[in-house]
Design a protein around this ligand. Structure first.
Ligand code: NAD
Ligand code: UD1
Length: 331
């Protein structure tokens, strides 16, 4: 049985669908802090299967223990965490408590119940301000905000845990920029309020909920001066978790993989791709750079390809079409 923490969230729900489609036995844990129970109904609609769901907070170690008592869990895919960079700067303790204490509770409980397989949602943010592209798994690490610190600390904790007990099988997945959604449009990313990230913002502009996109700077040393990122379809990302599970279910060790496409797209290229894919116009204006942003980030994906057989199959227009599909249905 695989426990999926944060399984009703954006990336978790797509991974749950893929695992159910492969007839894996799963349980979902989520405190619904950043998700809705309707996601579970939509997972059922897509897969015709209803996984067991616990509305439990990782900070509630007794609740967590009950789940391990009631089920034979042999692997955890650990998505649950807070992820808003700006909020983490304003409220670092909330992030340290939720992400780090939550993970410690999970690991203590796993160890108590002899569950020694875990796949952890890390982020390309652990590369800090590294400037030599592409980023491979040995690129220098760094921290630029409290959210990123939680990811780096958890990676380090998992390394220490493995050093203490070589029976563990651990995969650290460093995601680049996940966008897109399931082709049904039933699950996806639709944050409340004004989004911070590019694709949710573009969708709100396309929907007419926000007047225009602010493009943060056009004086970077990039193809057109706007920031370049490695966008990856959430369906590809979800597949990366299935491949990681297949690897560690029967192997010990600790493995770190970048999950990206290896291609960088500028903000203007993403706007163009979105317009082409959806036959829409996006209003935008160039404004000052956003503090803390770097010019270019993209992944070297060779290690994930060689060791997991991972290769992203979706292109930027697919990602733009599927991101918009969720909002179209929603409006
Ligand atoms: P999300 O917010 O959609 O999903 C996270 C889920 O975890 C939510 O459903 C939330 O309710 C739940 N959760 C949070 N704290 C919890 C707690 N203490 N107990 C139980 N449930 C809790 O986020 P996502 O985009 O799906 O991201 C999943 C993971 O991937 C996160 O750890 C995030 O930091 C990481 N990540 C995300 C991105 C991205 O751009 N989306 C990039 C890199 C890494
Ligand atoms: C951000 C986070 C990163 C996190 C990632 C998750 C920051 C500084 N970094 O990365 O830690 O792991 O999200 O996906 O918040 N842009 C605009 N206008 C907008 C929004 C974004 O021009 O309204 C530009 C940005 O300057 C950047 C690109 O679009 O060049 C992508 O931005 P975003 O989606 O926020 O992702 P990252 O900054 O890469």
């Amino acid at each position: 049985m695989i426990l999926i923490t944060g399984g009703l969230g954006y990336i978790g729900s797509h991974t749950v669908v893929k695992l159910l489609e492969q007839n894996k036995e799963i349980i979902i844990l989520d405190n619904l802090y950043n998700s809705k129970i309707e996601v579970l109904d939509n997972i059922v609609k897509i897969t015709n299967k209803k996984p067991k769901f616990y509305q439990t907070d990782l900070l509630d170690i007794n609740g967590l223990e009950e789940i391990f008592q009631q089920n034979h869990i042999d692997c955890v895919i650990h998505f649950a965490g807070l992820k808003a960079v700006g909020e983490s700067v304003a409220e670092p303790l909330k992030y340290f408590n939720n992400n780090i204490t939550g993970t410690i509770n999970l690991l203590i409980t796993m160890q108590k119940y002899n569950c020694k397989k875990i796949i952890f949602s890390s982020s390309a943010t652990v590369y800090g301000t590294a400037e030599t592209m592409p980023l491979d798994e040995n690129s220098p690490l760094g921290v630029t905000n409290p959210y990123g610190r939680t990811k780096l600390v958890i990676e380090e904790m998992l390394n220490d845990l493995y050093e203490s007990d070589n029976e563990f099988g651990i995969v650290l997945l460093r995601y680049f920029n996940p966008i897109g959604a399931h082709k049904s449009g039933l699950i996806g990313e639709n944050p409340n309020g004004i989004p911070n990230n590019l694709m949710p913002y573009i969708c709100k502009v396309a929907k007419g909920e926000l007047p225009q996109l602010n493009v943060f700077g056009n004086d970077y040393d990039t193809v057109d001066g706007t920031g370049v990122r490695d966008y990856i379809h959430v369906e590809d990302l979800a597949e990366g978790h299935v491949l990681s599970y297949n690897k560690i279910k029967s192997t010990k060790g600790i493995y770190t993989y970048n999950l990206g496409t290896g291609n960088g797209y500028s903000v203007l290229q993403v706007i163009n791709a979105f317009e082409r894919a959806n036959n829409l116009k996006i209003n935008y204006k160039i404004v000052d750079r956003r503090p803390g942003d770097v010019a270019t980030v993209y992944a070297d994906t060779n290690k994930a390809e060689d060791e997991l057989g991972f290769k992203a199959i979706y292109g930027i227009e697919d990602m733009c079409r599927d991101s918009w599909n969720v909002h179209k249905i929603d409006s």
